[in-house]
Design a protein around this ligand. Structure first.
Ligand code: SF4
Length: 314
């Protein structure tokens, strides 16, 4: 079989080891060298150019339940890469969590295999303050308790039923995407820390509101439309363009790319603001773009603001 192996950033160092296993069984192996950040980003075009029979995508679960559009006869296999971490940090977090009886628990795909152990610690670790722990499935994050940077619904849909939300995992990218206003705690096994992060989420929201107001003054807007299979949403980009022109934006262009390099985009030197119809978390990198950037979920608010301001907005 001709097989293309695709590893996300952070796992590419495992490629040769995995490749050797397939080669031992007589398969012809290719390695995708393109950057890969999420399950949305299957290397379909590369696999097709190679006339591969199969694409093996490591480190992520399937992105949503639907069959991948455009895969044709290409077989797609998702291979999780579980990373087992020391859960002692969860024990250490119990004192902070004592005031909250019912908890929603979420984590990333890398630690989802330890979800039951995490639940047990929260339920039984503090005999004086045992917790009830709820988990749910998201929309695009299909595993119980899993969140993605663009899909925190496994946490958000439980918000009305719990007293606090616990995110377990490294970094701030995933927990900062949670939309609830309930107390949110990030328990980080790498930094061995546990902290409430509502102030960081509030800071992010304020930054986004600032960009929304700045974007309402824009005369020329660029809409980013990515060709990555899970991000490709040309219809949404075209609809956004129509609506922006209808409220008086003078120029709206759809910018197409696979991976968006902000230095390359800045070279257009033409747009006052951007809207991403691709990964909604591109807005986190606004500083590198030097211009306001919004995602499609913010479009209705932008249109309303533009309508309310009318001609006074310039
Ligand atoms: S769309 Fe963005 S946040 Fe969602 S999986 Fe892809 S890279 Fe991650």
């Amino acid at each position: 079989m001709r097989i293309l192996l695709q590893f996300p950033q952070g796992l590419k160092s495992k490629a040769l080891e995995e490749s050797a296993k397939f080669e031992k069984d007589g398969h012809e192996i290719f390695l995708s060298a393109s950057p890969c950040w999420g399950a949305c980003d299957l290397a379909l075009d590369e696999a097709k150019k190679l006339k591969a029979d199969k694409l093996v995508h490591y480190g992520h679960a399937q992105f949503g339940e639907r069959k991948v559009k455009g895969a044709g006869r290409l077989e797609i296999e998702y291979r999780l890469y579980p990373i087992t971490v020391d859960l002692a940090v969860m024990h250490n977090a119990l004192a902070q969590l004592a005031p909250y009886k019912r908890l929603a628990l979420v984590t990333t795909v890398s630690h989802i295999h330890q979800l039951d152990e995490m639940k047990k610690i929260l339920r039984e670790g503090d005999k004086a303050h045992p917790h009830e722990v709820l988990t749910a499935k998201g929309a695009m994050a299909i595993l119980e308790g899993q969140v993605l940077g663009c899909d925190s619904s496994a946490a958000d849909k439980l918000a009305s039923k719990v007293d606090a939300i616990i995110y377990f995992g490294g970094g701030e990218f995933h927990p900062l995407g949670i939309k609830s206003n309930k107390p949110i705690f990030a328990v980080n096994p790498y930094a061995r820390s546990a902290a409430q992060i509502n102030d960081l989420i509030e800071k992010k929201r304020k930054k986004e509101s600032g960009m929304l107001i700045a974007a309402s003054q824009a005369k020329r807007i660029g809409i980013l439309a990515s060709t990555k299979p899970g991000q490709f949403n040309l219809r949404a980009a075209e609809n956004a363009k129509k609506k922006l022109l209808a409220v008086g934006v003078q120029q709206v262009s759809i910018l197409v790319g696979n991976e968006f390099d902000f230095d390359s985009i800045k070279d257009f030197n033409s747009f006052d603001a951007y809207i991403t119809a691709a990964c909604p978390r591109l807005i986190d990198d606004a500083e590198r773009l030097d211009k306001p950037i919004l995602n499609l979920a913010q479009l209705p608010k932008l249109l309303k603001l533009m309508q309310d301001l009318g001609k006074n907005r310039f």
